[in-house]
Each structure stands twice: as C-alpha cells, then as structure tokens.
Design a protein around this ligand. Sequence first.
Ligand code: 48F
Length: 256
Amino acid sequence: MIEKQVSKGIISTYFAKMEKCLELDVAIVGGGPSGIAAAYYMAKAGLNVAIFDRKLSPGGGMWGGAMMFNQLVIQEEALSIIKDFDINYELYEDGLYTADSVESTSALLYKATHAGATIFNCYSVEDVVFKNNVVSGVVVNWTPVLREGLHVDPLNIMAKFVIDGTGHDSEMCQVVARKNGIKLNTATGDVIGERSLDVAEGERQVVEGTKEIYPGLYVCGMASSAVGGTPRMGPIFGGMLLSGKKVAEAIINRLK
Ligand code: 48F
C-alpha cells in the first residue's frame, strides 16, 4: 500500500535522523547566516553537527535583505566564503559586493545540509543541559507546543559544544546566565546588550567577539554582538559569515 509506505518512509527515516543527533559533536541553536556557515564548515570537516531553528524556514534575517529589498552587501574580506557557497555576486564599489538574498540563503542551507549537517526546523531550544558547570547539550521542544502553551516536556540532545547563533536576543547566553548564577566571558560577566549601529566597528567586533563565552558554549553572529555589547551593523553580511567560519575553526581545532 503506497499510502502506508509514504507515511512509514517519513517516520522511519526521520527518527533515524533524529537518533543520529541525540549525541552531537556540536549543537547549533539558530539557523541564521552565522550558524549555517558554521554548520557547513564543521560538517565538511567530518563533525556530527545539527542546527535547531524555531522557524519553519531557517535562514534568520538573511532572506529579506534590508527592509525587504532582497539584496545583500558583502565586503571583500568575506568574498572567499561567498565563493565557497557558489553564490553569484557583483562588484558594487570600494571593495563592496552585492548578492541576491534569496539565492544566498538557499545556497547556505543547501551546502550545509549537503555537506552532512542536519537541520531541525520547528524546534525551539528552551534550555541547555548543564552538567558539572559545563554546557553539555540542548533542551528542545516543538515550536507549536511552546506557542500553544501546552504542558509537554521537552527532549534532551547531548553535545560536546553548543553554539548560540540565536541572533539579537542571544537566548542561550541569557538562559545560562539567568538559570545558573554564573559569569559569562564578557566585560561585566553578564549579557551586555548590543549597541546602536556602526557598520565598520560592528563588523570588526562581531568577529572579534566570536568565542567560547562559557565552558561548552560558543557564541557567533549577532548573538556575539548582543552578549559582548558591540554595535549592530545592518544588512552587510560579511561579518556574519566570517563569524560562522571562525567559530567552526575554533571548534574543529578543539575536537582534533
Ligand atoms: O538573527 P539571525 O539571522 O542570526 P545571525 O546569524 O544573523 C544576523 C543577521 O541575519 C542580521 C544582521 C546582519 O547584519 O544583523 O540580523 O546572527 O537568525 C537567528 C535564528 O535563530 C533562530 C531564529 O528563528 C533565527 O532563524 N532562533 C532564535 N532563538 C531560537 C532560535 C531558539 N531559542 N531556538 C531555536 N531557534
């Protein structure tokens, strides 16, 4: 019966995929550009890595360009990453390039999954696993369960490292600091909150601030700006991609 085969095919392969991810090398919370770029480079290096994103369509703030004008700007320093993802680009001026935001986001998602990263959409990460004062995994639930406010317990996913790629709210940093009374690796020990816009400084500091923010927990992309108190930068995306690549390289080195 084809009807039964269709259902069984989905269920059995989905749960096989999920079981493979119950113990990860790296759990990435948030499938924005920085998290997806990180997933791609780590999967390519042979790590078992998964992204958990609460939306139906991961990609974060990359789909819409700026004010829904679906173009992006990328600076020279990040061009090699654009090339790694086979994204078409055009020179605009002064070392600045433009690309189509829909093509760019699709390319990131395609390349990351094709390289072996697993993406779980419609998953909200509501907490971390915190063992012996080390972040050791994530606690996940269906986004619709949380939206409906249903009283349903989550599942646990263990990971050698967790990356907070949740964007402007740096949700994992917030939750770790709030629930466990610990100090983060920031100037104040807390989540400082992002500063107003300064493109050049924002782009520089988002990459500089990409680091292990607490044992077991790394931060990348806008979550790095938010936790470290550095400026936002608007719709220039080189810093996000460079931040994703930097966190991938740091973790690959740790796990070598
Ligand atoms: O914000 P977002 O795009 O992350 P990013 O990689 O990139 C930022 C840029 O898009 C842009 C910018 C560039 O100049 O400023 O804003 O830092 O994507 C974050 C993703 O995380 C998901 C959310 O749905 C989005 O796709 N997310 C956030 N919190 C959670 C989450 C959570 N608790 N659980 C699961 N997914």
